[in-house]
Design a protein around this ligand. Structure first.
Ligand code: ZN
Length: 473
């Protein structure tokens, strides 16, 4: 990972080792004189501390993390506000005041995590094990890494009394992984006045590193796919399993799932994915790079879509996907049940009519004895955030300084984030996971052995700090 550090810092002005600047430093002074390595090391300690606080959702227990964050912020002289939507379901907001010539910048992260299948981990998931150059643990990537780095930014601003042109607000929210009822929905309903930001930086993007010393690209999430679960219920005839009569709903459900798995969801580009792939034509290696700019060249489109689809993330950007995630059937080994149920998790391209999409699923399954119903009321998507803003320019400038020549492209994330509800309210919201990472490490999110490279965290801490200072200078 040492190689990674050298490559990423190429082009930086010499760093003056000073954690504490004179009182009321300008943002420009802070940018050039902060000790980023020391800040990264400190941020990492905060990350270790909050990974140890189990906030698996359900049940959440996010107050464990908000208490920790509040203590750190108070020590730096800040005054955090704590919110508890239900006992244990805590969120925190804190504001560092600027001169207010511009509207605030909100940096946010969620502090709940998805549960773990403990037996499938090679280390205990809540003990912040450091091994092989990585910090291992649930939430290291999603999304406690961001929470720790954002906390560190607030501490740096407060300790150094940096003069800013706008307020910087830090929000650590509960319940993102289970829909946001106890986090974002609660906060927006009860405290809408706190959301006065013009610009938002949240999870959802990525800085991709190829693992061999080369940075590939920075993907700034400006929009996301539509999240929609569908419940499939297959009906049959209950009976003795020694004499199957051909009406077993488990078989029917399995066929329905098989048909969806084989369904060819078409490749459709939109404004964001078009800019994403075109922007990466020079940056991706080999055939992927050759193909990235040719997705709409008639003679090449089909072949190139196949080539790019070999990358699971690109595949999920090119088309709608649906995959089964839960199965429920049967209650005894020798009984055929009357019903079998599955959850089909669909990530739908934003331009799609979801009602018609449900109808299409029914047709693809083609079995009237399998009911297909949307699992929850569908939320209409917000338009993508535009990229002609101070924050986007800051991301480009900082990326160019830290990794010269690296392309910065808009990104439609296959995964959903809380940025969606903020875009619906007219805010410009971007997703960026500033920690340079290999695709294979990214796939540990929501999976077993989630981990972040120590060096990646330190560099990501620097990138985030610089972006905030550039945006608010
Ligand atoms: Zn997340």
């Amino acid at each position: 990972m040492a190689n990674l550090g050298r490559r990423f810092r190429a082009g930086l002005a010499p760093i003056v080792a000073a954690m504490l600047l004179p009182c009321l430093a300008s943002a420009g002074e802070a940018l050039s004189s902060l000790d980023y390595r020391r800040a990264g090391t400190e941020g990492l300690e905060h990350l270790k501390a909050i990974v140890r606080l189990d906030t698996s959702n359900p049940p959440g227990n996010e107050v464990r993390v908000t208490a920790y964050l509040a203590e750190q912020l108070r020590k730096a002289g800040l005054e955090p506000q704590l919110f508890e939507s239900e006992p244990g379901r805590g969120s925190l907001m804190v504001r560092y005041k600027g001169s207010r010539t511009q509207k605030p910048l909100l940096i946010m992260s969620h502090i709940d995590v998805v549960p773990v299948e403990k037996d499938h981990w090679s280390v205990p998931p809540f003990e912040s094990v450091v091994k092989d150059g990585y910090l291992w643990g649930r939430g290291t990537l999603d999304d406690k890494g961001m929470a720790a780095a954002e906390l560190e930014v607030m501490l740096l601003l407060a300790r150094n009394q940096v003069k800013l042109s706008r307020d910087v607000i830090f929000l650590a929210e509960a319940d993102e992984e289970a829909g946001g009822t106890y986090g974002m929905d609660f906060l927006l309903a009860k405290h809408p006045d706190l959301f006065d930001a013009e610009l938002v930086l949240n999870e959802g993007g990525r800085v991709i590193w190829d693992g061999k010393g080369k940075f590939q690209y920075v993907a700034v999430q400006t929009t996301e796919k539509i999240y929609q679960d569908f419940t499939l219920v297959a009906h049959g005839v209950a009976g003795h399993s020694s004499i199957p009569a051909g009406e077993n709903p488990v078989e029917r459900l399995a066929q329905a799932i098989g048909r969806i798995a084989a369904h060819p969801f078409p490749v459709v580009l939109n404004e964001t994915t078009r800019a994403f792939f075109t922007g990466l034509a020079q940056a991706l290696p080999g055939e992927m790079g050759d193909c990235a700019g040719k997705l709409e060249v008639p003679a090449e489109a089909k072949h190139c879509a196949e080539v790019l689809s070999r990358n699971p993330n690109f595949n999920a950007m090119l088309r709608t996907t649906c995959t089964p995630t839960l199965l429920k059937a049967g209650y005894k080994e020798n009984v055929i049940p009357a019903e079998a149920q599955a959850n089909l998790n669909c990530r739908i391209l934003p331009e799609t009519d979801v009602k018609q999409f449900g109808e299409m699923l029914r047709q693809a399954i083609g079995d009237p004895k399998v009911e297909v119903t949307p699992a929850r009321e569908f939320n209409p998507p917000a338009p993508p955030s535009r990229s002609d803003t101070r924050l986007y320019a800051a991301i480009k400038k900082v990326a160019a300084g830290m990794a010269p020549g690296i392309p910065v492209v808009p990104y439609m994330s296959p995964g959903g984030t809380d940025s969606q509800v903020l875009r619906q309210r007219g805010m410009v919201a971007y997703g960026l996971l500033p920690f340079p990472i290999q695709e294979e490490d990214l796939r540990t999110m929501h999976a077993n052995d989630e981990k972040i490279a120590l060096e990646a965290f330190i560099l990501g801490q620097e990138m985030l700090t610089r972006i905030v200072l550039e945006t608010a200078r």
